[in-house]
Design a protein around this ligand. Structure first.
Ligand code: C2E
Ligand code: CA
Ligand code: CA
Ligand code: CA
Length: 278
């Protein structure tokens, strides 16, 4: 008996085994999570260069009765590898559309909304058809919507997703390259995909105030974006100093705790109606 307990303790101390088990728990708990309404969306404001409200990025949250609050960084990858991403992805899209429609109807407020896409969603053959039919069902114009994609898209997948991206763009939907500058294929991706916006990764913000080379990196990203006629958005802005630096370097929009945390719909409406300028 005591030997078995010791083995168990050992099992949980091994970081590899630990994350394996954790992912297994996540995978199982996620299976019922959609039906049980354990997932919901929060919305983080984006601010224009003039310091006014521009729009939001939708971010998913999971409050599991078994596991507690599980961050998306922990469960999205599990949803992807366990084949649950198509369903979760659609749930996210439908939740976002429902939320913004509700805000529009009750408060007469309309704003730009960015939705994160998993590469797995783009690889679904009928993704564009699905997305456009949901847009039309909810009567939401594509010009209000941006899809954020990451560099985890493989170069060899690009030919198969290009037609889909062009279809979405023909409905006014914009494309954003998320976490720009962190992957190894950033530049070739930009050349091959019809991208409208670059989001500079948070990791650059931490260094941007003090570190000259981080500043030069941000400057280079802004220059690339400008030359390609893209908007450049800085995420993870936490301080006034960062905001001033990023404004000086020419970023078009900002997002981060300095302005607001991700908000539920009620807090979002309050944020918008307060009409703060930063
Ligand atoms: P991301 O798309 O890069 O999202 C930005 C993350 O930075 C969010 O974390 C946000 O809460 C956080 N953040 C924003 N401002 C600040 C700041 O000033 N300081 C700091 N320290 N953090 C800030 P979150 O919500 O935990 O999401 C993490 C990642 O999970 C996202 O990174 C995205 O890759 C993924 N994710 C979140 N929601 C979704 C979704 O609906 N669909 C998909 N496919 N992925 C999602
Ligand atoms: Ca994002
Ligand atoms: Ca990002
Ligand atoms: Ca990220």
């Amino acid at each position: 008996e005591s030997k078995r307990l010791k083995n168990r303790a050992h099992l949980f101390q091994n970081p590899m085994q630990d994350s394996y088990l954790r992912n297994l728990h996540i995978e199982q708990a996620l299976r019922g999570a959609l039906e049980n309404h354990e997932l919901y969306m929060v919305y983080q404001p984006q601010i224009t260069g003039n310091g006014t409200f521009y729009g939001v990025e939708a971010l998913v949250r999971w409050n599991s009765p078994v596991l507690g609050n599980v961050p998306p960084d922990a469960f999205i990858p599990v949803a992807e590898t366990s084949g649950q991403m198509p369903r979760l992805g659609r749930y996210i899209i439908e939740s976002v559309f429902r939320d913004i429609k509700k805000i529009q109807n009750t408060h007469q407020l309309m704003f730009y909304t960015s939705i994160n896409l998993s590469v797995r969603q783009l690889l679904e053959a009928d993704f564009a058809t699905y997305f456009i039919s949901r847009m039309q069902k909810e009567n939401i114009s594509g010009v209000w919507l941006t899809l954020e994609i990451t560099e985890s898209l493989l170069i060899e997948d690009i030919p198969s997703v290009l037609p889909l991206l062009h279809t979405l763009k023909s409905y006014g939907v914009q494309l954003s390259m998320d976490d720009f500058g962190t992957g190894y294929s950033s530049l070739s991706m930009l050349r091959m995909l019809p991208i409208d916006e670059l989001k500079i990764d948070k990791s650059f913000m931490d260094a941007a105030v003090a570190d000259r080379s981080a500043q030069q990196m941000v400057q280079s990203i802004v220059t690339i974006g400008k030359n390609l006629e893209m908007d450049v958005v800085a995420e993870g802005v936490e301080t006034r100093e960062q905001l001033e630096m990023l404004t000086h370097l020419g970023c078009d929009r900002f997002q981060g705790y300095y302005f607001a945390r991700p908000l539920d719909t009620e807090a979002l409406v309050q944020f918008i109606t307060e009409q703060q300028t930063f």
